[in-house]
Design a protein around this ligand. Structure first.
Ligand code: ZN
Length: 242
């Protein structure tokens, strides 16, 4: 089966629509969402409605918990905090009820999905270094754990002698003798200096993983952000992917 694994949509409807079109073009049966459906972007309710329709499993991210009072906003930087306040004021009741019950971590058909880290997923720590990965490999039993949260795509492997390495192959041929933590990047606010929307495709029969990047109408998202009185920086960062 092929799985599309998407994360960090952040209320960016144009990016989400383009990614879902690509998933449909490639005839991928199952879409999984690793959280942060809302926060930063101008269309939180629309993104929730669309992802509920298209994804078979949806996890909570820190930006899904903050606007509904499940996470203290002092944790966030000023732009994020002001976007969270905006999101709180603009979420409809259906969206709030939906966000309350999302799980933090799941096992799906022999692999693990989580927004932030397999270890203490509700602490919202990051896996960005080899050291972070070494701490987290013992915290899931499956061969592969897919994550989001940093908005930077990355693959880290672990061999049988506890050596971790960053893997840059794309597509990746999954080796039976390695375990992997794979960050699928962000649909709605990429931060690896590539503004294209990011998501992953995992094929458990072919044993491959591919990082995909798709164009979307950034100018429309930017003008919606400016018209919504969200911080202008949140519009500017989209075109540089930062
Ligand atoms: Zn995020």
């Amino acid at each position: 089966m092929k799985y599309a694994i998407i994360s960090d949509i952040h209320g960016n409807l144009e990016a989400l629509t383009s990614v879902l079109a690509e998933i449909e073009n490639r005839s991928i049966e199952t879409t999984l969402c690793l959280g942060d459906v809302v926060g930063y972007g101008p269309n939180p309710n629309e993104c929730i409605a669309l992802i509920r329709e298209k994804a078979t499993s949806i996890l909570a991210g820190n930006h899904d918990h903050a606007p509904i009072g499940k996470l203290d906003t002092s944790y966030f930087n000023p732009w994020a905090r002001s976007a969270i306040e905006w999101t709180r004021e603009n979420l409809d009741d259906v969206a709030v009820r939906f966000l309350v019950d999302l799980p933090l971590k799941r096992e799906i058909d022999g692999f693990t999905i989580v927004h932030a880290t397999p270890h203490e997923p509700g602490e919202w720590n990051y896996i960005v270094t080899i050291g972070d990965a070494i701490k987290n490999f013992p915290e899931f039993k499956n061969q592969i754990c897919f994550i989001g949260h940093s908005h930077v795509p990355m693959i880290i492997s672990l061999d049988g002698k506890d050596n971790c390495s960053v893997v840059r192959d794309n597509p990746l041929e999954i080796r039976d003798d390695l375990r992997y933590i794979i960050n699928v990047g962000s649909v709605g606010q990429p931060r690896d200096y590539n503004p294209l929307a990011s998501f992953g495709i995992y094929d458990d029969e072919q044993r491959t993983y591919e990082l995909c990047r798709v164009e979307y109408d950034i100018a429309t998202t930017q003008s919606k952000i400016r018209d919504s009185n969200l911080p202008v920086f949140l519009a500017e960062r989209l075109e540089v992917g930062q």
